[in-house]
Design a binder for this molecule. Sequence first.
Ligand code: ATP
Ligand code: MG
Length: 329
Amino acid sequence: MTSSSSSSETRSSGTQQIDVSAIREFGEVLLTSPARLCFIVEERYENEVMPGAVVDVLRSCGHSVDVLRPNGTVTDLWELLPTDVARYDAFVLKTVSEGPGLSLLDAAAAAGVTTVNDYRAIRLARDKAVAAVRARAAGIPFPKTWFASKSTLLEQIPADAYPLVVKPNSGSAMRDVYRVDTPDELARLAIGGSLLVQPYLPNPGHDVKLYNTGDEVFATVKRSPLHPGADVVEEQIPVTPELRNLARAVGRVFGLDIYGIDVVETAEGWVVLDVNDFPSFGKVPQAAWRLARTVLRVTRRQAAAKAAAQASSPTVYRPVVTTVAEARP
Ligand SMILES: Nc1ncnc2c1ncn2[C@@H]1O[C@H](COP(=O)(O)OP(=O)(O)OP(=O)(O)O)[C@@H](O)[C@H]1O
Ligand SMILES: [Mg+2]
């Protein structure tokens, strides 16, 4: 593949220490037969801990990991094919809203290569309108949600729905999330692009972020952008069975293996506000090791599923790949 990551290599070969306790805890899966993986790393994450730390762990355990940087390099799409010399067992993506990585992940999936998370699951979570309907259709507690292609349409929202929360449909990192108390305030709001609108759900003034590393659910208290002055201690908290079940239900409904959800506690119980594939897992202990193990588990699970599917319905159509030169008379 085009580019092996220089920054990841420095981290892995130069400074990484062998973490003996992690090897003891995660080694059973991580130290088995080597996998060949390709991480698609978007510009925004090139210097972040994630997903580079997962790459480092996998390499330190003997797996071959290439890093593809779609923002800095032309991608030869034929190199995504399982017939190419690279023959990746799986492609891994931590998505960024409207970034180029998802097209490449979809392309790899179109060639029949495993993706982590599953490319269809990422599509369900990435677009907030799609995620809202998916969650609601499956009975996950989620606020009533409207979609508007531009802010001038928002005056059509019924008056009894106020106060409202207005946010960009493709939003992330808490950008442009507004609480609007009156139609007059709404008229003064100028945000471009497609929007989502929900009734503001009264809550204690902080979020709980639930993270699923693929083997365990973790919970962290986080400040809400709608309550900037609230007295909040951002810390890891115990996961109750109710929160664990809610997080796992979202994973099943979306088909995600590695994900986080934002929830708030309301008078009617916990409500899901946001679903994020591959978040940054801040404050989750040994997150990189856990995620590395999940990447391998999912890769092997998918390989076994593909082998079983092939055994039960042998291929009747075998495409013949010809080059232009061969096709000429
Ligand atoms: N309907 C709502 N009622 C109350 N608070 C809300 C509501 N919608 C959003 N919020 C608050 O705004 C925050 C950001 O909303 P949301 O998670 O949908 O946007 P985001 O930009 O995707 O954020 P993230 O950085 O988590 O991706 C929530 O975590 C919550 O604190
Ligand atoms: Mg959010």
